[in-house]
Write a protein that binds this ligand. Sequence first.
Ligand code: LLP
Length: 461
Amino acid sequence: MRQRRDRRGNVGEGILSGGTTSVGAPRPTAAGTREGAPLSATAFPRVGGTVYCEGVPLPQIAAAAGTPAYVYSTAGVRAQYRMLDAAFGGVPHRIHYSVKANGNLAVLRLLQSLGAGVDIVSGGELYRALRANYTGDDVVFSGVGKTAAEIGEALAVGVRLINVESEAELYLVNEEAARAGVVASVALRVNPEVTVSSPHPYIKTGERGNKFGIAYDEIAGVVHRAKHLRSVRLRGLDMHLGSQVAGTDPYKDGVQRLIALYHTLVADGATDIVYLDVGGGLAVTYDDEAPADPSAFAAVVKAALPSGLTVLVEPGRYLVANAGVLLTRVLYRKQTGGKTYIITDAGMTELLRPSHYSAYHRIEPVSEPTGSQTVVDVVGPVCESGDFFALDRRLDDVVPGDLLVIYSAGAYGFAMASNYNARPRPAEVLVDGGRFAVVTTRETYEDLVRHEQSTLAWRDA
Ligand code: LLP
């Protein structure tokens, strides 16, 4: 196995998708994995100099599917799922995968086959889940702005829980359930008002003054006032602290607050509560941060859990981020104004995270790095100055035609892709051992205008 240098000049092992080997990180083992590292870190090994996904060389995928393309590893997803599921062993629990991270039907079906449920935030995500063979009981429905129609759709399939985010929504759910002749199972999304150190303010959700959920000190009043509602049944309490949450302390604080509230509500007669939904947000490695430790996370939840409650977890990124990469080709190497730009055929339209959250994604050549490096900006072709993947990054010298792999792109990659600049969205490829399949074909130009009318049906005012 070869060595390479990361952007700080540290020497690390070259096969890890989960970040570089750095001071304090576990030692590489003979098999090339790091003890304690997520198993998905082995999903994209370098074999004979070339990056593979499991047993398939990435250049073969580029040749078959074109670039840019997302590539996902089934083994990577499976490993993450199993680790988290095992960590909650011994207590009643269910992992509800957060569809927003990557709603591809093949990914959803894979997770369904492993035993996952889903966490959805829209009628569209419900539709995706049902198309991937989930049933209503597999679904928890979160989201701060559910429409009456979406609530109706959720009730029609009997979702396990509607995570209600405001008092007004609770009354709307009650109305819609009465209309449908059912009793809706609801959880209240509590804003636990816990401080988290997420890397970007846009992905914090559980601090006071946030649009999500109901303020902690208002919950008891909401429940008390809702006692007369006949078509909702309070089955759970829910929180979501934010994303890329480092460490277990925020979860510990949040769960303790939720459980204190649970006891208050039970004392006030809310005896139907059986679910404690602790949200998602488990951190993954993009660079050399420590990934979330599923056992430590589960331990803080388990330690506080009153008997009789089932834990629900809503991870998105944890299950898929490091099981996916974005494969892109270098179009130009441009030197101007004292800088070197690597211009790729992917841009912010394919992977928005760097420009939207200043997110770091590790980037490497797919073929064996030359060792000769330059400080470059890696940018896309979109007509926006904010269209970049990396700024002032030390990168192995690549030339037009070379393939680059952008790691940790399995979550919030394709899901946030857009057609800006009239760019067709990319292909998605799933790898399973030594075989691969295109699971989403690249959009065509025709797709771009599919819903636009050429004959206008004017209506008079
Ligand atoms: N549950 C709820 C209610 C959520 O709002 C989210 C994410 C999750 C679960 C899953 O969070 P995760 O485990 O993936 O961190 N686009 C941003 C992330 C936005 C997350 C929004 N909510 C990014 O690219 O970092």
